[in-house]
Design a binder for this molecule. Structure first.
Ligand SMILES: NC(=O)C1=CN([C@@H]2O[C@H](COP(=O)(O)OP(=O)(O)OC[C@H]3O[C@@H](n4cnc5c(N)ncnc54)[C@H](OP(=O)(O)O)[C@@H]3O)[C@@H](O)[C@H]2O)C=CC1
Ligand SMILES: O=C(CO)[C@H](O)[C@H](O)COP(=O)(O)O
Length: 508
């Protein structure tokens, strides 16, 4: 990511001074710069003193580092060499609490630390990513013109970057972006799995995804578009040079050789999926689709455990081949179920952001979040963005007013795709298809709009054994709408000693 961004900045006329533990990595970036004609635009430094002396003041230092302790170490190393008004732009995926801790640490020195989530993968780092900065207002205003130059542009030519809000809000919003990303990726891969069981070939599925991306509710969805693209790629193992010429006789499709495990939550390379979900839970936000998408990734990571369980269960419960009478209608249902899950991921993600914004008082500008996610990012979804989010987010709602579940426009789409979602879940349950995020989405929509949930019984049991109190259906005060302790307790079964209960028959 850092190398790509260095080349991007150089392309835009900025002189870039690189610093990396690996000289080889820096040489590779410089060689690419020379090849692209940006001669002398990128230079390397092996120590922070020489790096910082070579920069004009106020300095702009851009981090692209793994999250956690590495950032602290690099900041510590830089501190003796930087001065008042310098700006650190942290473009990694960092936990917002680390960002805020660092912002506080440098505050008295006059150094300004911006947490700036960057999205779009390494291709976008080179071509222009979607950028999500938050922090000190003066620093943001200073760096914004440069970021506007390098960031991805939407179809109107507007840069996909903007000031998100105070403190760690930039990194927070990017973290939730990844949570949404995981919900969407889960739903799309589950739909792909179902199509595989319809005896569809990889390339045929790619063609369906291409159609989904071309029009309708999944129009302009980056993750669907790359799914369409990757479905046709052939080549030998890790050798991309074989890609352009490979034919079916020479090489299988690459996707046919990819093993079913997603590991980066477990290996610790990335933390955003874990953080988004712990945030949802800690902030009491029901995020069915995101939570289960995360658990699905985790289960997938432990391939060995799955193999052993499969053996214990004589092969487990593999999905059956699907025999579908009306293939066209079923694929249309699948498209709508996938869309429903992507929409649910956005709804849940925005609910997490809004709750955090209320708690931290970041003053998030949701119109900027809309613009940042408009293009260049992994969760780019043109239909959702234009049709559903634009009218709501561009009016700059406060976090108190932001619940997409109560938007009539969003409700219109949920109502429309719910029957298809239900049919896909029903068919999948009958035939053991793997649909954690899609089925959780069905449950989410039922529960999020349910006004007669079986949790009445749950509440009664809690009161029975724990005297946890309950509200009654005929209570009319406003408190019943809020998550506040109920006003009533029923003595379902008085607490007595066993001796009292069983009398003289009781033995110790
Ligand atoms: N990959 C992606 O698609 C995206 C990644 N991100 C985020 O961007 C950041 C970078 O990601 P990515 O490029 O994939 O990760 P890499 O691991 O490829 O790059 C991390 C860089 O940090 C350097 N580094 C590691 N330890 C230290 C240290 N102690 N001091 C100084 N430098 C160090 C590495 O050096 P060395 O050359 O020695 O390895 C390397 O250049 C991460 O926070 C990631 O979450 C954000 C969006 C997309
Ligand atoms: O931040 C990203 C995209 O937005 C990175 O691509 C990240 O590496 C994706 O990893 P994960 O699926 O674990 O979030």
């Amino acid at each position: 990511m850092g190398g790509g961004m260095a080349l991007l900045f150089a392309e835009d006329g900025v002189h870039v001074n690189l610093s990396d533990p690996s000289e080889e990595a820096m040489d590779a970036v410089i060689a690419k710069a020379e090849k692209s004609g940006y001669n002398g635009k990128i230079t390397k430094h092996t120590d922070y003193d020489s790096l910082c002396k070579s920069l004009s003041t106020p300095r702009l230092l851009v981090f692209s580092l793994p999250h956690g302790g590495v950032g602290d170490k690099v900041l510590e190393g830089l501190m003796p060499h930087v001065s008042r008004n310098d700006v650190i732009l942290d473009c990694g995926n960092e936990h917002y609490a680390n960002t805020e801790r660092r912002q506080n640490k440098v505050k008295d020195t006059g150094i300004r630390y911006i947490g700036c989530g960057v999205s779009g993968g390494y291709q976008a780092a080179r071509a222009g990513p979607s950028m999500c900065p938050g922090g000190d207002k003066s620093a943001l205003e200073e760096v914004l013109p440069l970021l506007q130059k390098v960031a991805a542009k939407d179809k109107t030519g507007k840069a996909c970057v903007g000031v998100v809000g105070k403190g760690g809000s930039g990194h927070y919003v990017k973290m939730v972006h990844n949570g949404i990303e995981h919900g969407m990726m889960s739903a799309i891969c589950e739909a792909w799995g179902i199509m595989r069981k319809m005896d569809m070939g990889y390339e045929e599925i790619g063609n369906v995804l291409k159609e989904w991306n071309a029009s309708g509710e999944l129009e302009g969805t980056f993750l669907v578009s790359i799914g369409a693209d990757l479905s046709h790629k052939r080549g030998k193992g890790d050798d991309p040079s074989t890609q352009k010429t490979a034919t079916s006789e020479q090489h299988p499709l690459v996707i046919s050789e990819v093993l079913d495990k997603v590991v980066q939550d477990v290996t610790g390379e990335e933390g955003t999926g874990i953080w988004s979900n712990t945030e949802a839970i800690e902030l009491h936000v029901p995020a069915f689709t995101l939570n289960i998408a995360h658990a699905f990734r985790l289960a997938s990571a432990f391939r060995g455990d799955r193999e052993r369980a499969s053996e214990a269960l004589d092969g487990g419960f593999p999905p059956s081949e699907l025999e579908i009478q009306d293939k066209k209608a079923f694929i249309e249902d699948l498209r709508q179920a996938t869309y429903a899950s992507c929409l649910a991921s956005f709804i849940q993600g925005f609910n997490i952001i809004a709750r955090a914004d209320q708690q931290h008082e970041w003053g998030i500008d949701y119109s900027q979040v809309w613009q940042i996610w408009r293009a260049g990012c992994i969760i780019q979804a043109d239909y959702i963005s234009d049709e559903l989010l634009a009218p709501i987010l561009k009016s700059k709602p406060s976090s108190d007013d932001l619940n997409l579940n109560s938007s009539s426009r969003v409700a219109q789409d949920i109502r429309k795709c719910f029957p298809a979602l239900r049919r896909i879940v029903a068919k999948s349950v009958e035939t053991d298809q793997v649909i954690p995020a899609i089925s959780a989405t069905l449950e989410y929509f039922k529960v999020a709009s349910g006004t007669d949930l079986p949790t009445s019984f749950y509440e009664a049991e809690l009161d029975y054994f724990g005297s946890h109190m309950f509200d009654r259906k005929d209570d009319t005060d406003k408190q019943v709408q809020k998550p506040m302790e109920g006003k009533h307790h029923f003595e379902w079964k008085p607490a007595t000693s066993q001796k009292e209960e069983y009398g003289k028959n009781y033995t110790f």
